[in-house]
Ligand binder design. Structure first.
Ligand code: NAD
Length: 368
């Protein structure tokens, strides 16, 4: 099943390279045992790129990302880069990639593995079996809207302005992704906005409903104000299947949903663009966590978020659902066996290092 698909690997900074090493082992396993090979290249991003090239993302790395079928991204940042000007900061590398690759759809699954039910801050019966997907619009809304800025007023005050703005097309393309994803899950979409107080929210609600009525009558669509959605996520998160949200509300709701699952080291994400003429959809896959400078170089990082991001890449960029299931089942079985990195330790579990967690995952894959 060897393919000519191209993957660009950008491990980045801090624990990024440590968790990516474990993904490389899983990729090697698939190549050896299932002849699933990709054309893999590796590059520098973030602080690692700044150290060598003086910029967080070079033109040549960006060109490689645009040419790749998928990008696997570790994490960027670290205290040694805190005083750099904004355009040189490691995080700029990631933002530039998202922008240039036009990744407007951010998928964040919030899944609670049975063995991890106790790790959530919520009651076990509220989160047990939780499996929801937050779909956040990533390139529009108030973070990019014009006018924006800080100005001086004649009376000596200052004024800060940001603009929440969405066009029909921006709403429709993300809503379409939500409906398509829901079809592969529970066929339910809950669209969130603040149409009670914002015109942009009212437009969002109307356009999402129109698209559903025209092309997705099989989808059970509901609408919810974003503030109520935040409350419902804590009260009864299992009522949701896919939550569709804009950039600003999605930023908060996705972090809230993440908190329901208990650990940052377990959360994968995918950012997708539009399919091109050949049906190829750009995708960047990364763990939700950052570079974790406090544990860098100690072989303590949990590689599961990175490995689950790789599983998302198999599923969404390469339509390899069976192989993605294999990876996710291996994670589930390892957790059930009580093997844990320090961040997800619980009573009666065994503490292991990053690389030993990788060993355990490969052993589970061997059994599949
Ligand atoms: P962080 O996610 O790096 O760490 C927060 C806490 O979670 C730390 O205690 C860390 O040890 C722990 N943690 C994170 N991932 C873990 C893992 N896989 N296994 C075990 N423990 C884990 O967030 P932060 O401390 O706010 O930021 C550190 C740096 O990362 C900053 O420079 C920040 O800008 C950057 N950052 C980058 C990204 C990204 O690359 N997408 C995202 C968030 C933060």
């Amino acid at each position: 099943m060897s393919t000519d698909k191209k993957i660009l690997i950008l491990p980045g900074d801090g624990i990024g390279p440590e968790v990516m090493t474990q993904v490389r082992r899983v990729m090697d396993w698939f190549e050896k045992k299932h002849s699933l090979g990709f054309k893999v290249t590796e590059g520098l991003v973030g602080g690692a790129s700044y150290d060598v090239h003086g910029v967080p993302l070079t033109d040549s790395t960006l060109a490689q990302a645009l040419d790749a079928d998928a990008v696997l991204f570790g994490a960027v940042g670290g205290p040694q880069y805190d005083d750099l000007p904004f355009d040189k900061k490691p995080e700029r590398g990631l933002l530039a990639l998202r922008k240039e690759m036009q990744l407007y759809a951010n998928l964040r699954p919030a899944i609670v593995f049975e063995a991890m039910t106790d790790a959530s801050a919520l009651k076990p019966d509220v989160v047990s079996g939780l499996d929801i997907l937050i779909l956040r619009e990533l390139t529009g809304g108030v973070y990019f809207g014009e006018p924006r800025g800080i100005s001086d007023l004649p009376d000596g005050q200052r004024k800060g302005v940001n603009t929440q703005v969405y066009t029909t097309n921006e709403i429709l393309r993300i809503a379409k992704v939500a409906f398509e994803l829901a079809r592969k899950r529970g066929s339910k979409v809950c669209s969130t906005e603040k149409s009670n107080v914002m015109e942009s929210g009212l437009l969002w609600r109307e356009e999402v409903q129109k698209l559903r009525d025209a092309d997705y009558t099989d989808i059970d669509l509901s609408h919810m104000y974003a503030d109520n959605c935040a409350m419902q996520l804590v009260r009864e998160p299992k009522q949701f299947d896919v939550i569709l949200t804009d950039n600003l509300f999605g930023d908060m709701l996705s972090d809230l949903a993440a908190a329901c699952t208990g650990s940052l080291g377990m959360l994968p994400s995918a950012s997708l663009g539009d399919p091109d003429a050949q049906g190829r959809r750009r995708g960047l896959y990364e763990p939700v966590h950052g570079s974790a400078p406090d544990i860098t170089g100690q072989n303590k990082a949990n590689p599961i978020a990175m490995i689950l991001s790789y599983a998302m890449m198999l599923r969404y960029s390469f339509d390899l659902g069976e192989q993605a299931d294999m990876v996710e089942n291996a994670v589930k079985n390892v957790l059930n066996s009580g093997v844990r990195t320090p961040d997800i330790m619980g009573p009666g579990t065994a503490k292991v290092s990053t690389s030993t967690m990788g060993d355990a995952l490969l052993r589970e894959l061997d059994k599949s």
